[in-house]
Every structure is written in structure tokens, then in C-alpha cells.
Design a binder for this molecule. Structure first.
Ligand code: SAM
Length: 273
């Protein structure tokens, strides 16, 4: 599978740049801010969702780095560099950790090379996650990741950008079947629910980017078929191990009453036995 559109097009909004805008970043253009502002106006919880997601990802990386011997991460659909990227969190706890960032957006490669490849333990690969074999066998991936040893595969806010006919379960299965036992899988994912906010948010996302599929917790669980889903299961991202406070994005909210928006994104961690 080829990666289309090798140049940055500021006139068309990109998922990576709109997300960067919602997180308060500066790597975005007017077209992205326009869409971001529609999100903020029509979906007032967009920023809360982005922060809750980022906080859960940060906590998951910290958990993996501190409670397992895993020292290598593949971050699929990594996004533009932001505060506390995966390698910064992992290397804070385990300096020898290696991280491969993967994204389809050309801007991630440009900014990522400058900001994410800060040392010889990080790489940025421009590739399509729908081609897991291509990602896994990319020379930069192979340079850093030893697939004979357990690895953490991060699917953070990426699988809801993969439509059903593109076989998201098959993508996860490919990784599951080609990593060592003891490997970890983190997933965060937009969550379907029978409420108007969810339906509106899904509609806006699909209209803006021409794709996107929100899934129920059961459907998200099914994506992790054959893996052991660890406690507390697939839950709203803010409730995923909130006690692991490790983030400039906040502590996830803990047990406090979640807003309907914070319930729109789920997170979970699984292990290959
Ligand atoms: N993983 C980060 C996080 O959770 O904070 C960023 C998530 S952002 C919402 C989704 C990212 O996935 C964007 O940077 C976008 O460019 C990337 N993306 C979307 N479709 C992709 C694909 N088919 N292959 C690789 N990256 C993709």
C-alpha cells in the first residue's frame, strides 16, 4: 500500500493538525483551525476528549515502562509532537527505551524528525497503519525494534479512523501474530453510545475527514481478540488507571463524575500471553 500525497497541503484540514490544534499546539494552519473551531462550537467537549485521551496514553506508557521489562514501543498514528511524547515518558522511567513513531501525515515526518528523533532511540516512520506488514518491516522499524522480544504496540486514537471494510481487527491481529509473547497492546478509541452528543460527534468527524467509525466497548474488545485484556478492561479513558498520575494533561479525572464528553473515548491495555 502506498502512502498518498507526499506534500503538506495547508488548504485541507488534516487529522493530525486538527488534533494538535485541540491540544493547544501550534503546528496547524487556518484550514485546521477552522475545523477545530467547528468542533469546539458544535462539540464543546472536543478539547476534554483530546486531553483525556492523551492523559490515558501517557499513563499507559508509564505503567508499561515501570511495571514490565518492555523497553520498545511502536506508536501507531502517533500524531504531531506534543507535550510528553511516548519516548519522553518511557525514557524518563527507562532511559534505554526505544520508540518508533508511525504516521501517515507528511507534517508528522517533518516536525517529528526535528522533535521526536531526539536521540538514537527514536525514529519517525511515514507509513499507513492499514499496511501493518509494511510498517513492521520498514527499515527504520527494524533498526530499532527487536521483534524477538516483547514490544508495546500503541493504537492510541487511531483505530476509529479505520473503517470496517479496512479490517481494523485484521491490523491488530497481524501485530498480535508477529510479536513475542509478553507484548502489550494499548488501545484508545471513540466510543459509540446512544446519546445525541456521540451521534453528532461521529457525524462531524465523518463529514470533515470522509471516514471514521465509532465503536461500542464490545466492538473495541473484539479488536483485541486473542489478547488478555488487563484490568480494568475497556473503560472511559479517564477511568483507565487514574491513580497513575503522570501527565501534563491532568490525572484523567479519577472517580469524579464524568461528563458525557469524557465518556466518548475509551481506553484499555491488553497482553499477548
Ligand atoms: N496517537 C496520538 C494520540 O493518541 O494522542 C494521535 C492521535 S490523532 C487523533 C490520529 C493520528 O492518526 C493523526 O496523526 C493521523 O495523521 C494519523 N492517521 C490517521 N490515519 C492513519 C493511517 N491510515 N496510517 C497512519 N496514521 C494515520
Amino acid at each position: 500500500m502506498t502512502v498518498e500525497g507526499s506534500s503538506i497541503d495547508p488548504s485541507r484540514p488534516s487529522i493530525a493538525r486538527v488534533y494538535d490544534y485541540l491540544l493547544g499546539g501550534k503546528d496547524n494552519y487556518a484550514s485546521d483551525r477552522e475545523v477545530g473551531d467547528v468542533f469546539k462550537r458544535d462539540l464543546p467537549g472536543s478539547v476534554a476528549i483530546a486531553f483525556a485521551n492523551r492523559a490515558a496514553l501517557t499513563r499507559a506508557v508509564a505503567e508499561i515502562a515501570t511495571t514490565t521489562g518492555i523497553r520498545q514501543f511502536v506508536d501507531l498514528g502517533s500524531g504531531l509532537p506534543t507535550a510528553d511524547n511516548v519516548h519522553q515518558v518511557a525514557q524518563r522511567h527507562a532511559p534505554e527505551s526505544r520508540v518508533v513513531y508511525v504516521d501517515i501525515d507528511p507534517q508528522v515526518l517533518v516536525h517529528g524528525r526535528a522533535l521526536l528523533e531526539q536521540n538514537d532511540r527514536t525514529r519517525v516512520v511515514r507509513a499507513d497503519v492499514r499496511d501493518p506488514e509494511g510498517v513492521r518491516n520498514h527499515p527504520d522499524t527494524l533498526e530499532l525494534i527487536d521483534f524477538d522480544r516483547p514490544v508495546a504496540v500503541m493504537f492510541s486514537a487511531i483505530l476509529h479512523h479505520v473503517n470496517d471494510e479496512e479490517d481494523p481487527a485484521g491490523i491488530v491481529r497481524h501485530w498480535r501474530d508477529h510479536v513475542a509473547a509478553g507484548s502489550y497492546f494499548f488501545v484508545s478509541h471513540f466510543r459509540s453510545g446512544n446519546n445525541p452528543e456521540t451521534e453528532e460527534a461521529e457525524r462531524v468527524l465523518q463529514q470533515t475527514f470522509g471516514r471514521g467509525r465509532w465503536r461500542t466497548d464490545k466492538e473495541i474488545e473484539a479488536l483485541l481478540d486473542g489478547l488478555e485484556i488487563l484490568e480494568p478492561g475497556i473503560v472511559p479513558a479517564s477511568l483507565w488507571r487514574p491513580e497513575t498520575v503522570e501527565s501534563p494533561w491532568g490525572d484523567g479525572g479519577g472517580e469524579q463524575e464524568l461528563t458525557v464528553w469524557q465518556r466518548l473515548i475509551a481506553a484499555g491495555l491488553a497482553r499477548k500471553v
